[in-house]
Design a protein around this ligand. Structure first.
Ligand code: EPZ
Length: 420
């Protein structure tokens, strides 16, 4: 397995260009299946997860082309299969997002039952319940979710017991071609939901209220497709701001979407960093100082994003003071703690609560990445630490960060990737 070698101790200084949002790209690529006409998506990040979903669309027979601007065009008239290859679904849970579009447009779908992953069991009961509420018939057999419908799906009122991002996305996509009105109560409010709804409306859907506590979808008979540009990645943005905060640096993130950064900016302000912004950039200047410790609890948007928990735990690891970090979304998303302890972090764990007492300096060590965001956290820790850090199983980071080492290199990080 590939590993990263990092010589730590240098503050990150400079500017970094933010790529398109991974968690917006994935549902939007799945939504291409809804359209009879051609669809073109711009600003897709060059990531393993995006490649995996494009491979999955290709395996169904979707004709895909990528131009010199990396715009991806899809033509679904050539679809010849409605069964997703299980090895691709195993690679990426988000493959479940093709379920709604496929059963709604084509009347059937066979999707390998997505397993859990390092951060939790990640059930899909809310996805399945949403499809059944719209009239789909779902069976689970031989490790597959099989969906079918008699006639078109029918609009329904669906109250989600938990504002699941993926389930909200699957229901929105399936309801777009259903007969009648669908009302989703307690949907996810994340910016990626708004981006998806904006995209679907450009492609011919009729969706109102995305980003609010009630989403209304008027089903349409067909969607003709069109062009859409994916929004910037808010988690990538915040990851680079966290890297600056943990290393006492000064970093400007460019091509960002200010409106989608949300509550995390307030937490960066509490570190004592000097935050400034323009129309499409955000900068944090630590003026060479250690951050102040900041308490936070993850929660559904607009709460503190769980996808930033591991990275901000590193900021607290080198902060002045003690902070509590509480993870409420996933049952096992504090795995970076034991690796950070190997680097000298002082963290007490009690269930989903980590109490972090900042130390002046972490020390380099050999650590193992466990999942996407924990990997990014360990990279930040390695850059902040004194000495050399080796991070094994670094492939996780390629799922969510485009050109991660190159972008960090430009900010002054001493980082190299070695094949195993
Ligand atoms: C999306 O995952 C993101 N992934 C995750 O980002 C993110 O952490 C998560 O939303 C929360 O914000 C993509 O958008 C591709 P959920 P998703 O459904 O949709 C439980 C990253 O690092 N749940 O909101 O899977 C579930 O177990 C990734 O970029 C059910 O119980 O998240 C979890 O505890 C990681 N039943 C909670 O809800 C269901 O049917 C949140 O899950 C679905 C979810």
């Amino acid at each position: 397995m590939e590993k990263l070698i990092i010589q730590g101790g240098t503050p990150l200084i400079g500017s970094v260009e933010i790529s398109g949002s991974k968690n917006s790209s994935l549902p939007i690529l799945a939504a291409m299946l809804l359209c009879e006409g051609k669809t073109t998506v711009a600003n897709l990040p060059h990531l393993q997860d995006v490649t995996t979903l494009l491979e999955l669309l290709g395996s169904l027979g979707v004709e895909l082309s990528i131009d010199e601007n990396r715009y991806v065009e899809a033509d679904t008239r050539t679809i010849h299969s409605l069964a997703t290859p299980s090895e691709l679904v195993k690679k990426m849970r988000a493959s479940i997002l093709v379920l709604g579009p496929m059963v709604s447009r084509f009347g059937e779908a066979k999707v390998s039952f997505p397993g859990g992953c390092a951060i939790g069991s990640r059930p899909v009961d809310l996805h399945i319940g949403g499809m059944e509420s719209l009239g789909a018939e779902i069976t689970i057999e031989n490790g597959f979710i099989k969906a079918s419908r008699r006639g078109r799906l029918r609009g329904a009122t669906i109250s989600l017991p938990f504002p699941s991002v993926g389930a909200t996305e699957n229901i929105i996509m399936a309801a777009s071609l259903a007969e009648g009105t669908t009302r989703i109560k307690n949907p996810a409010l994340e910016p990626e939901i708004v981006d998806l709804a904006n995209c679907l409306n450009v492609w011919g859907a009729n969706i109102r209220g995305a980003g609010t506590p009630t989403i209304l979808i008027e089903g349409v008979p067909k969607m003709n497709g069109g062009f859409f540009r994916v929004m910037p990645d808010r988690i990538e943005t915040a990851t680079y701001l966290a890297a600056a905060a943990a290393t006492g640096g000064k970093v400007r993130t460019r091509h960002v979407e200010l409106s989608n950064i949300g509550s995390v900016l307030e937490k960066f302000r509490k570190t004592g960093g000097d935050l400034t912004h323009g129309t499409d950039w955000i900068e944090i200047d630590m003026q060479g100082k250690r951050p102040k410790a900041v308490d936070f609890t993850t929660g559904p948007h607009p709460g503190f994003p769980t996808d930033m928990q591991a990275q901000f735990t590193v900021v607290n690891s080198v902060a002045m003071g003690t902070a509590s970090v509480r993870e409420t979304i996933f049952e096992n998303r504090l795995m970076q703690v034991q690796e950070l302890r190997r680097m000298g972090a002082k963290i007490d764990l009690n269930g989903n609560l980590a109490v972090v007492t900042g130390v002046p300096k972490l020390t380099g060590a050999r650590v193992v990445a466990s999942d996407l965001r924990a990997s990014a956290a360990l990279v930040i820790a390695g850059i902040a630490a004194e000495g050399e850090t080796t991070i094994d199983e670094i492939y996780h980071v390629d799922r969510g960060y485009e050109c991660f080492e190159e972008k960090l290199h430009k900010l002054g990080a001493k980082i190299t990737r070695l094949p195993d």
